[in-house]
Design a protein around this ligand. Structure first.
Ligand code: ADP
Ligand code: MG
Length: 312
């Protein structure tokens, strides 16, 4: 099957041709879209390279899901609602079975999140996927990384560290289970992002690791620092069973790929369901982690933890 046959079969579908706000979907030289009056467009793009951003033997449906999920997570972090996506696929060969599975996983998340695939590109090359997404937010209401102030709480939208634990499990041969699912099928927190609009003063999605991404909030907000209280980090049963305390601490603080929202929240205000206050922004310089006794915890490494240990 050649490139054109693949495109026609899997991506030039009725849903893509006639989705909301889609005047013209895949098939022409470019798509034509109708934005919602009163909204601003919010755009993001991410590239996933096999064996760097996902294990090359990850099932194609999961690769499809994940390639859209990491992009939608950026929209969630802005409080935006997803509208349209573009997909650039670089494939070593025109493998119809692989593309069918990829399209199925991509399509499942696209339809459940209201995002329509309106075009893209298909080329022969090493396995790599680039997705560009466009979302919308009411004018002036987007959540930014800047805006946190000293004294506000540092909050997270779930249990950090599960995807990193899932990657460790994958590398030891596990191919299913709650932790592997968190790695294979990250769930972008779109509803939470919209809920945070107007209340949270800063927000980011955790892709590189909790401390690394908290560092971005600190820097962009222009506050001196932030403190994370180790005992305040939520732990799930699956995570508790996955490794010893040192491993869990490293996954929670430095493991990437969780795609949870990390945000600044006014002190004393009730948190949205499923969210946890784990620390606060400080006038003391730097991002610190304190244990139950208030002693500083040494953290080996903060930052992404990709599959080949390579760059981002
Ligand atoms: P061109 O040579 O003009 O760039 P292409 O053959 O690359 O045309 O694409 C033809 C049509 O198919 C375009 O509308 C494009 O958006 C769509 N398309 C190509 N690849 C993909 C893909 N992977 N996903 C969705 N649409 C695609
Ligand atoms: Mg093209």
């Amino acid at each position: 099957m050649d490139e054109f046959a693949l495109i026609n079969r899997f991506f030039r579908t009725a849903a893509n041709a006639a989705g909301p706000g889609v005047k013209l979907g895949p098939g022409d030289d470019a798509a034509i879209l109708s934005p919602t009056p009163g909204c601003e467009l919010v755009m993001s793009m991410d590239t996933l390279i096999a064996d760097r951003h996902f294990p090359a033997d990850l099932p194609a449906a999961d690769v499809g899901w994940r390639s859209l999920a990491v992009n939608l997570s950026d929209l969630a972090a802005m409080g935006a609602r997803p509208r349209w996506a573009l997909l650039s696929l670089s494939l070593p060969q025109a493998d119809a079975d692989w593309v069918a599975e990829f399209a199925r996983g991509f399509g499942e998340l696209a339809s459940s999140s209201g995002c329509v695939l309106v075009g893209g590109d298909t080329v022969r090359g090493p396995l790599a996927i680039t997705v560009q997404v466009t979302g919308e937010v009411p004018t002036g209401e987007a959540l930014l990384r800047s805006g946190a102030s000293v004294g506000e709480q540092v909050c997270i939208g779930g249990v950090p560290g599960e995807a990193a634990a899932g990657l460790a499990a994958w590398q030891h041969g596990a191919r299913s289970g709650a932790l592997v699912d968190r790695l294979a099928r990250p769930a972008p927190q779109l509803a939470l992002g919209e809920r945070l609009c107007g209340v949270a003063s800063a927000c980011i999605d955790v892709s590189d690791g909790l401390l690394a991404d908290l560092g971005h909030l600190v820097t962009e907000s222009g506050v001196a620092g932030a403190t994370v209280h180790l005992p305040a980090l939520p732990v799930s049963a699956a995570l508790a069973a996955a490794g010893d305390e040192a491993a869990r601490r490293a996954w929670q603080l430095s493991g990437g790929d969780d795609y949870l929202l990390l945000f600044a929240w006014p002190a004393g205000r009730p948190l949205p369901d499923g969210c946890h206050a784990i620390g606060h922004f400080t006038a003391d310089t730097g991002v610190r982690v304190l244990d139950a006794e208030g002693q500083p915890v040494e953290v080996a490494r903060s930052g992404w933890n990709h599959f080949a240990g390579g760059g981002q």
